[in-house]
Design a protein around this ligand. Structure first.
Ligand code: ZN
Length: 425
């Protein structure tokens, strides 16, 4: 059994949306009241209240405030648990000598939603080709909310838990499904062996010279973003117009994120379903996108340029792409090889003779002084990681001198696997 999380957009009608909003408000009220209780008890007589103390009071609350009943006891418990987690995280960080913020009261506008921790109190129906309904609550009072999208796991998938999320005025249902491994499997249509070099100039370059252009979502939208923010700066903070413009800024950010996610899903799916072997470098976006700011005593250089570059690196979504590749490769039975960047140095190594050929980032063409091999820079590194994937016991340290012989062997392997080989790995 595997777990898969699927998020659907909900389309509640006006009455349903009103009710969902009221439910979020009640959950928020419970959260704040429980927080107040913990603070009060500690101030009054230094007593700390546990999650279970608070859970045991829920029946009383429901008796006094019947509007809480239809929310479902497990969902209410989950909100209390959420507060408990906030406290646990707070105390853990205090213990570790950090200075965390104390758990905060939340305004119901900012309260993101609520969660059903088990399959009780809700039901997912998939109907027709591309939609369905989500049943919330029980009996006559239950809501049947229209939703868009279907998951691909079929009837074998068993729903496990549900989170209702409100984001920028839209509603979403995020469902965790327990799926048998067979239902997760993806059919492979081709069995290529491909080395990939991810980057910014081209989003991806393959060992055979093919490329995928970088869509540069953020950079393309920057002028519009700046324009909106400029307009907003002229408005009075807190005014209706200010809020309206803020909303447009958030929507634009959301749109950029959606576009990026869609692109990454499509590309990674296409990769794993057409390749038997995918070779790439280990990725360290965290190190790559480190700020150049430096410290007060030792200020960094080219801070703004680096910030722009960081924005591009993060916008390319390489981290997300690697995560998607990892789990989709398992689903498709594709071997994903990740070379150790520091040992292999794919961008500096010659794919022809395996010698290190140092070059700066600005040098876009690899010209080898040892063997005369000339190739586009990124294509060369893609080829290097592919060769690395074909010679097991990877890592350059693992194979010191007899490189010439190894190289000859690995090179032939690469050549024997043209685009449409049927070899299974
Ligand atoms: Zn060479």
């Amino acid at each position: 059994m595997d777990c898969r999380k699927v998020t659907f957009k909900l389309y509640p009608d006006a009455r349903e949306a009103e009710r969902l909003t009221a439910w979020v408000q009640l959950h928020c009220e419970l959260y704040n009241a429980a927080l107040q209780e913990r603070i009060g008890a500690y101030r009054k007589d230094g007593k700390s209240i546990s999650y279970y103390d608070q859970q045991n009071v829920l029946p009383e609350i429901k008796a006094a405030r019947p509007e809480f009943v239809e929310l479902g006891s497990h969902a209410l418990q989950q909100t209390l648990r959420r507060l408990d987690l906030a406290f646990q995280a707070f105390f853990r960080r205090v213990k570790a000598g950090q200075t965390p913020g104390f758990p905060r009261f939340k305004s119901s506008k900012r309260f993101s939603g609520f969660c059903y921790p088990d399959p009780a109190g809700w039901k997912l129906h998939q109907q027709g080709q591309r939609g369905g309904t989500l049943r919330l609550g029980s009996g006559k009072e239950a809501m049947a909310i229209r939703m868009r999208g279907q998951h691909r796991f079929g009837a074998e998938a068993k729903p496990n838990d549900l989170t209702i999320i409100r984001k920028n005025g839209a509603w979403f249902a995020s469902v965790t499904l327990r799926v048998p491994e067979t239902a997760c499997a993806r059919a492979r249509t081709d069995h290529q062996h491909r080395g990939v070099d991810f980057g910014l100039t081209d989003w991806a370059t393959f060992d055979n010279g093919e490329t995928i252009a970088n869509p540069r979502w953020t950079r393309n939208e920057l002028p519009r973003l700046a324009d909106l923010q400029r307009q907003r700066a002229k408005k009075k903070k807190g005014s209706v117009r200010y809020k309206r413009l803020s909303q447009r800024v958030t929507r634009l950010y959301e749109r950029i994120g959606n576009l990026r996610r869609e692109f990454l899903h499509q590309v990674t799916t296409r990769l794993v379903t057409t390749c038997a072997v995918i070779a790439t470098e280990e990725l360290q976006t965290k190190n790559m996108s480190r700020s150049a700011k430096g410290t007060l005593e030792k200020p960094g250089r080219m801070v703004r340029q680096k910030a722009g570059l960081n924005r591009e690196i993060l916008s390319a979504g390489l981290g997300m792409a690697h995560q998607m590749l990892a789990y989709k490769a398992v689903e498709a039975g594709t071997r994903l090889h990740r070379s150790n960047t520091r040992q292999l140095k794919p961008s500096q190594r010659c794919s022809g003779c395996w010698e290190i050929v140092p070059k700066t980032l600005a040098q876009r063409v690899h010209v080898c002084p040892h063997c005369g091999h000339t190739m586009q820079r990124d294509q060369n590194s893609a080829l290097v990681v592919l060769i690395d994937a074909h010679t097991p016991g990877t890592g350059v340290a693992a194979r010191p001198k007899p490189l010439a012989r190894q190289r000859a062997k690995s090179k032939s392997v690469t050549r024997e696997t043209p685009a449409t080989t049927t070899q299974e790995v």
